[in-house]
Each structure stands twice: as C-alpha cells, then as structure tokens.
Design a protein around this ligand. Sequence first.
Ligand code: 5GP
Ligand code: 5GP
Ligand code: 5GP
Length: 218
Amino acid sequence: NMCVSKDLEFFYFVQQWPGSYCDTKRSCCFPLKGKPESNFSIHGLWPNFNDGSYPSNCNIAQNPFKPSKITDRIQRAQRSWPSLNCAGPKKTANKSSDNTMFWKHEWDKHGTCSGSLDQHEYFEVALNLKDRIDLLQILQNKGIKPDGKFYSVVNITQAIKQATGFEVGLTCNSDPSGNRQLNEIYLCVDKSASNFIECPILPKAVRSCPENVEFPIF
Ligand code: 5GP
Ligand code: 5GP
Ligand code: 5GP
C-alpha cells in the first residue's frame, strides 16, 4: 500500500496492577490455570515516536501471531503476562480469560511494528524487561503495599525514580465506588529494546491520577 513508515523511536513498557484491573465495575476473569500471582504483570511493549504518536497493526497479514513461535516462552508468559479480561472459552463452567488472545492482540497491534524484532524476540525481550525491574519490590521497600490503602503519587514515582533512575508514567482507573487506583506503570526502553531510558514523552493517559491513589489488594 501507500503507507510511508518511519522507524520507531522508543518503546513504552507497560505493566498493569491486576488488583486494579479486577477491582472495577466490569470485574475480571482469571486464566484457566488460576489466579495470577500478586505482582505487576505485562500489558505490552509498545513502539512509539518521540512526538507521542505511534504505529499500530503493521503488516498483520504477512506477520500474524503464531502461538507455535513462542512455545518455549509460554510458561514465563503465563506467569508474567496473564490476561484478566473475561473473553476466554465460553464453554467452561466459570468464565475465564484467554492469555493467547491477549498476546495475539499485543503482537498484532504493537509487536508487528517493533522493527527488527520477530515474534519470538518480541516476547523474549518483554519477558526479560519484566525481570530486570521489580516494581512491586521497589514500592514495598518504601512501605507502599497493595493493601487497599491510599498512597501519594509523588511517593510512588519517587520510589521508582530512586531505585531505577527513571521517571515513570502512572495511569489510574476507578473501583466500583469511584476511588481512583493505581492501574498501570509506564517505563521507556530504547529502540533496540535493550536499555531502559528516560521517557522522551509521557503518554496522554498518564494524566489520569489524582494526588493520592488506592493500591488495591490482589
Ligand atoms: P490495548 O489496550 O493494549 O490496545 O488492548 C488491550 C486489549 O487486550 C483489549 O482488547 C483488552 O480487552 C484485551 N485484554 C485481554 N486481557 C487483558 C488484560 O489483562 N489487560 C488489559 N489491559 N487488556 C487485556
Ligand atoms: P479495551 O478497549 O482495551 O478492551 O478496554 C478499554 C478500557 O476498559 C481499558 O482501560 C481496559 O483496561 C478496560 N477493560 C476492558 N475490558 C475489561 C474487563 O473485562 N475488565 C476490566 N476491569 N476492565 C476492562
Ligand atoms: P487507552 O485509550 O485505553 O489509553 O489505550 C488503548 C490502547 O491504545 C492501549 O492499550 C495501547 O494499545 C494503545 N495506546 C494508548 N496510548 C498509547 C501510546 O501512547 N503509545 C502507544 N504505542 N500505544 C498507545
């Protein structure tokens, strides 16, 4: 087609707090294997441009998600990249999420635009990034725990800045009573997907948190 493509300039590495995804009016579902661990998990690794715009759905027709390409990474992905959306197999007694559908969505929308990374490398790189920064431990070291209490966004951001050197973006969502809660944490990664960097620009979604946010139990 006539698309003019430019090279990606960096990645957002986005992690979600499962307690916040689940503590909403829409609720959530667990994967067939059961409740994920009480830890941040991967939402996605998203190629981006420095002006805040981003490519999506690049070449899905030629490069569709194939589960068989990540069979050797399934166990790690089940642990670090679970889906909590109630869109899984409908025939089971209880509704469940479908990890593979989530991974397919993230690969198709974002992974296909990640330049030189093939599907196996894309998942490998994201899983490795997850293991390099333990956000929950960093927060807990400063007394910021998923206990349903409220914490200052400044303290959360400073704890991560002190431990990693980088300013993060936070997004918030609402629990069923309308309390704002810590939903996602954005870190940035260079275009080779090998080093964390200071974010060239924070996404629009990060203006969604008030001064104090709930950190829900999961
Ligand atoms: P994005 O927001 O990355 O474009 O899309 C996320 C998509 O993946 C949505 O369609 C959402 O329903 C689906 N999804 C499945 N599981 C999850 C999950 O655990 N967290 C999030 N944020 N989205 C999920
Ligand atoms: P999407 O278009 O990504 O499916 O959903 C838009 C928004 O609704 C996102 O913030 C996503 O995290 C949230 N969302 C989508 N599906 C679900 C769900 O099943 N449960 C919860 N709690 N949030 C969802
Ligand atoms: P939302 O509108 O819920 O913030 O975002 C929906 C989806 O759009 C995200 O899950 C992600 O797939 C994509 N998205 C939103 N903001 C950005 C961004 O700043 N950069 C990139 N690469 N994707 C984004």
